[in-house]
Ligand binder design. Sequence first.
Ligand code: GLU
Length: 436
Amino acid sequence: MIIMESETKTPSCEAPVESGEALELNPWHQAMEQLERAGAQMRMEPLVLERLRHCKRILTVSVPVRMDDGSLAVFEGYRIQHNLDRGPAKGGIRYHPQVSLDEIKALAFWMTMKCAVVNLPYGGAKGGVVCDPKKMSLGEVERLTRRYTSEISIIIGPDKDIPAPDVNTNEQIMAWMMDTYSMNIGYSCPGVVTGKPIEAGGSLGRREATGRGVFYVTRELANVRGFDLRKAPVIIQGFGNVGSNAAKIFAEHGCKVVGVSDVGGGLYDAKGLDIEDIAAYRSKHDTIAAYSKAEHIGVDPFLEVPCDILIPCAMENQITHRNAPKIKAKYIIEGANGPTTNEADRILNARGVMLVPDILANAGGVTVSYFEWVQDIQAYFWSEKDINARLQDIIVKAFREVYDLAQKERTDMRMAAFMVGLSRLAKTVRIRGTFP
Ligand code: GLU
């Protein structure tokens, strides 16, 4: 599409024609609506905005896998690079039955924004495979991972695009990815993925980094808002890598985590839950739902439980126009990517609920991924103390920048985070110019 400097344009989300609730739940549509809103507020030049409306590279691959029963299954996978202006693309890989092209595009866009908000020298990417790893054997998951890695190796690499874990992927899967890529090129290349086991070039503190970043953001929020974090009841949705580590770190710092949940259901105790005990239980069971030493709450009512701080750490579209009016929390910290729809954002803003957006709140993960990549490239590894201190510096600085801008512009934190990220990105796009 040809666009002149003076022109503006309506969202170019190549989303299917959807309306009403389907549109509210389409992540790419939501992401583009956020971009348009921030672009308009900042009076961003149309040329930069137009660049960001499009993903730079979209790769769809078919991934044939020999299953344990001898049959052959072909899975669909994606790797999408939204933007590379500020450096190599960066972002996780998710394995989930509901993975879609629009979802991965949105997640790649949010990675571009996230890396810019915390000022990492990266663009944004995301990948995914449509599969249900919970129904697959370890061998099947390994073969899927190795073939998917080979398929996307035409666009990934330590200087090009660096994958990492996301929903349903972990350190073991990153080790297989690193090994597959290394086997194909003929030498060990730890810098091609982050979130690896320590033994394969991983970084200390990476596993806990997203949850730790969520905690640093919340502690800084308590500082600027002048409340005692230890007296503010917290509930956390999701008990995967982000939710379980966030719960542990909040509890370690003397905070009262009164609710935690996973796909099976929620647990509640007004006096505070024993997170270590629940984590130990979870390591032996598929879900925390049958844990006996707390009150049980269904998945849907869980988000409406009384608390001061709600931390969604599961999937997209958890807070919608349906439950936003009923949420009791004063503060929402987005540990997940895209957990709140734009419709819900408007309702929460009108109700005076303050929300710290994903592109700031969960940036701890990619920040320590950046440290891991730097350590791999230098082949020189840092102590966990160093890593956590540097992580805290970056997160606190970004939080203050966003918070101060929100105060100055009298706007919400999502808008302010977009403004911080977009203005950084726009400067780079402007100074690099347009090729040829
Ligand atoms: N998947 C994580 C995220 O959404 C981490 C990405 C990374 O470390 O590259 O931020």
